[in-house]
Design a binder for this molecule. Structure first.
Ligand SMILES: Cc1cc2nc3c(=O)[nH]c(=O)nc-3n(C[C@H](O)[C@H](O)[C@H](O)COP(=O)(O)O)c2cc1C
Length: 299
C-alpha cells in the first residue's frame, strides 16, 4: 500500500499521518507500539506512570518492541515530576512531545537539542498564539467533540483558522476516526490527525471491557460536554457520569469509573486491533482521494 506524505510524516519518517492519542489510563505501551508498528505514531501520556521507575519500564518495553518513533504527552505543572520524566524520555530517544498543561518553553530547548519536536494542545487562537511565542514547532487543534478535554470550535474550522492565523503546522484532533475524516482534515490544512476515541475499542487499549462496549454502543447523542467532572470542559459517555451525579466525591478514581469519549463513537462499530484500525483508515483515505479525483471533469 502507498504511503501518505505530509510535513508530519516527513518530520518523523512514518508511513501515515496518524497519531494514536495519548489517553489517560487508556493508552499504555501496547497501544503505543501497535500504532507505531502499523505505520502511525503511537503515544502515551506520562501521568499514566506514577514513578520514574514505572516510566522507565514502559519506555524500555516500547523500545524493545519497536524501533519506530513514538511520542508522549507531558504535563508541565508543578504537580508532575516533568523534569525527570523529560530526561528519561530523551534518554530513550522520544522525539515527539505534546504539551497540555503548563509552559512549553520549559522543554523546547532540550527537546530540540535532541532532534525532537514539541506540539502544544490548543483549543483557541489565543492559546495558539501564546504557544507560538513559547517556541513550539506546531499545534494540536483540539476541536469540539474530541474525547478528553475539548474545545468548542469544530475541528474542520479550528484547523484552518489556526494554520492561517498562527502560521505553524497544525495537527487535527477531535472526531477523526476514518480515512474520509482524515482526508477532510488534511484538505483543510492539517499535517496529521490524532485518533483517540476510535482506539479505545481495541484489544491493546487498557480500558475495561464494559468501557469498550459502551464506546461501541454509544451514538454521538450519548456524549456529554461538561466541566463538572474535572473542572475543565471534557466529553464523557453520559451513562458513566450518571454514577457521579448519584455519588459525588468519587475522587481520583474518577477516570477509572467515569469514561471519556468523543463524538466519533458514531463511527466505532466493533473492537479490532489497532493495526487494523490504522490500515483501514489508510485504505479509506486512498479510496476517498480516488473518489474525489473522479469528481473532477475537464471541460
Ligand atoms: C479517555 C481519554 C483520555 C484522554 N487523555 C488525554 C491525556 O491524558 N492527555 C492528552 O493530551 N489528551 C488526552 N485525551 C485527548 C486525546 O489525546 C485526543 O486529543 C482526542 O481523543 C482526539 O479526539 P477523538 O477522541 O475524537 O479521536 C484523552 C482522550 C480520551 C478519549
Amino acid at each position: 500500500m502507498a504511503r501518505i506524505m505530509t510535513l508530519f510524516t516527513e518530520m518523523f519518517d512514518i508511513r501515515y499521518p496518524i497519531i494514536g492519542a495519548p489517553m489517560f489510563l487508556v493508552s499504555f505501551e501496547d497501544l503505543t507500539v501497535a500504532v507505531s508498528e502499523a505505520g502511525g505514531l503511537g503515544t502515551f501520556p506520562l501521568p499514566n506512570y506514577r514513578t520514574a521507575d514505572d516510566l522507565k519500564k514502559a519506555l524500555d518495553t516500547v523500545r524493545r518492541a519497536t524501533d519506530k518513533p513514538f511520542g508522549v504527552n507531558i504535563h508541565l505543572s508543578g504537580r508532575f515530576p516533568w523534569r525527570e520524566q523529560l530526561a528519561l524520555c530523551l534518554d530513550y530517544g522520544v522525539k515527539f512531545f505534546i504539551t497540555s498543561l503548563g509552559d512549553p518553553a520549559l522543554i523546547v530547548k532540550d527537546v530540540h537539542a535532541s532532534g525532537g519536536k514539541v506540539f502544544a494542545d490548543v483549543i483557541s487562537l489565543d492559546q495558539g498564539v501564546r504557544a507560538r511565542e513559547r517556541g513550539v514547532d506546531g499545534l494540536v487543534a483540539v476541536g469540539s467533540g474530541a474525547g478528553g478535554h475539548a474545545g468548542t470550535v469544530p475541528t474542520l474550522i479550528l484547523v484552518p483558522y489556526l494554520k492561517d492565523k498562527v502560521g505553524l503546522p497544525v495537527i487535527a484532533a477531535g472526531g477523526v476516526s476514518t480515512g474520509a475524516q482524515m482526508a477532510a482534515s488534511l484538505a483543510v490544512g492539517a499535517c496529521a490527525v490524532i485518533v483517540g476515541t476510535r482506539l479505545i475499542a481495541t484489544p491493546e487499549a487498557r480500558a475495561l471491557p464494559a468501557y469498550k462496549q459502551a464506546v461501541i454502543e454509544a451514538g454521538p447523542g450519548d456524549i456529554v460536554f461538561t466541566d463538572r467532572i474535572t473542572g475543565n470542559f471534557a466529553n464523557w459517555l453520559a451513562k458513566s457520569i450518571e454514577k457521579v451525579d448519584k455519588r459525588p466525591g468519587l475522587g481520583s478514581k474518577r477516570w477509572l469509573d467515569i469514561w471519556s469519549a468523543g463524538q466519533s463513537v458514531a463511527q466505532v462499530e466493533e473492537i479490532k486491533p489497532a493495526a487494523e484500525v490504522i490500515r483501514e483508515m489508510a485504505e479509506d483515505y486512498f479510496r476517498v482521494c480516488r473518489y474525489l479525483g473522479s469528481t473532477l471533469v475537464d471541460e
